[in-house]
Design a protein around this ligand. Structure first.
Ligand SMILES: NC(=O)c1ccc[n+]([C@@H]2O[C@H](COP(=O)([O-])OP(=O)(O)OC[C@H]3O[C@@H](n4cnc5c(N)ncnc54)[C@H](O)[C@@H]3O)[C@@H](O)[C@H]2O)c1
Length: 357
């Protein structure tokens, strides 16, 4: 077992975080700053994020624009020790509404970035935010924990899911062909502070505002609204607190074997109904949940990830129990109510149009 992560692990390191204004990226940058790096370059086009997530710090240099834009690439420093690729066109529903925007921000981005890193920068490690949902088996039966070498279907429910896999394939290609030290971190369902509902531009569906299940439920629960449970909340997910996930990303950067994938998972299956009830308990919301039919595109069923390889090879474990992580996320939401309300309000006019999904 490796355990090289300590306070000096990233001291004086030069780091590139693509998609660093986003939810996970902002948490990663905040943690990296505690390691005294020499420089963090954040590239983000603010498609699904807000400048409030970019710290005004001497060591952080922010480049506004797409990583697929040659003019942005030309401005980046080439002496990079670690690169993290977190940029994406956020979410399954947005990608179904606009597959071409998904391609522009989720597929060509990976190709351009990995090509540029191979040719120009040659970092010690490149860590890619892969998605556990793109590899998980679809089942409503008792699921087995998804391992890194689980078989992957060629039939996907969304362009987002396809493009997350394409990122893995391009990274592996540059690893095999040019020796790019490429590591895939496969995320389960991440939740925590700095996920801002409504952050960024309108992306074609109400999921621009209602990004992910946890922040949506917390916001509605704090407003004493009924939490909407698609398919009666029978689906399940593996919820991982963002602080734990960020530690996993750092461990991937330090000890991840190039060419390998590592699950960043809690290994715990939680039904959406249980998540809703936990949140309502913590906020004191006694409005009954709203049981709804299944969404037509969503065959995702029950699933969770197997963290045993990451545990054995990287010394990774998700330490934060769900209730504790939710409590901290609720606290953060309460403290940032105005910021979130401002980001949500940007889309008010679009939200008045009836939803198609
Ligand atoms: N949050 C989760 O539960 C989860 C689960 C699995 C995988 N992931 C992956 O983790 C990564 C981070 O997710 P997140 O939840 O922080 O999403 P996010 O939307 O908050 O962050 C993505 C960031 O990428 C930026 N971006 C989009 N297109 C870009 C481009 N062309 N150039 C530069 N920046 C661009 C966005 O503006 C945003 O800041 C994504 O790649 C996502 O696919 C997340």
């Amino acid at each position: 077992m490796s355990a090289t992560l300590d306070a000096n692990s990233f001291r004086a390191a030069k780091i590139l975080v693509v998609g660093g204004a986003g939810f996970v990226g902002a948490n990663l940058v905040a943690t990296l700053l505690t390691h005294q790096p020499s420089r963090i370059t954040v590239v983000d086009n603010l498609l699904s994020s807000d400048m409030a997530n970019v710290p005004a710090h001497d060591l952080v240099r922010f480049e506004l624009g797409s990583i697929a834009d040659d003019r942005v690439l030309a401005k980046l420093p080439t002496d990079i020790d670690f690169a993290f690729h977190l940029a994406c066109f956020h979410g399954n529903q947005s990608s179904i509404a606009d597959p071409f925007a998904d391609h522009d921000n989720n597929t060509i981005t990976s190709l351009k970035l990995f090509h540029w890193l191979s040719e120009r920068a040659r970092p010690k490690k490149v860590v890619y935010a892969a998605a556990g949902c793109a590899v998980a088996a679809k089942t409503w039966d008792e699921p087995a924990a998804t391992s890194e070498d689980a078989p992957i279907t060629l039939f996907h429910d969304s362009p987002y899911s396809i493009s997350k896999l394409i990122g893995e394939l391009y990274g592996n290609y540059f690893f095999r062909r040019g020796g790019l030290p490429f590591v895939r971190a496969r995320f389960q369902n991440v939740y925590g502070p700095r996920e801002i509902l409504g952050a960024g531009r309108w992306r074609g569906t109400p999921h621009t505002v209602w990004r992910n299940v946890t922040p949506t439920f917390i916001w509605k629960s704090l407003a004493r609204e009924a939490l909407p449970l698609d398919n009666a909340g029978q689906a399940s997910r593996d919820f991982i607190y963002v602080e734990d996930l960020v530690e996993g990303l750092l461990r991937c950067a330090l000890d991840g074997e190039p060419g390998e994938a590592y699950n960043l998972a809690s290994g715990v299956e939680t039904s959406i109904r249980d998540l809703a009830e936990a949140i309502n308990r913590l906020t004191g919301n006694d409005t009954p949940v709203d049981l709804r039919p299944a969404r037509d595109w969503d065959n995702s069923g029950r699933r969770y990830g197997d963290p045993s390889k990451s545990q054995a090879r990287l010394g990774f474990s998700a330490k934060t129990p769900l209730e504790e992580g939710l409590r901290r996320t609720i606290e953060w939401t309460r403290a940032h109510r105005d910021l979130i309300a401002r980001c949500m309000a940007q889309h008010e006019v679009f939200m008045r149009v009836p939803a198609k999904d």
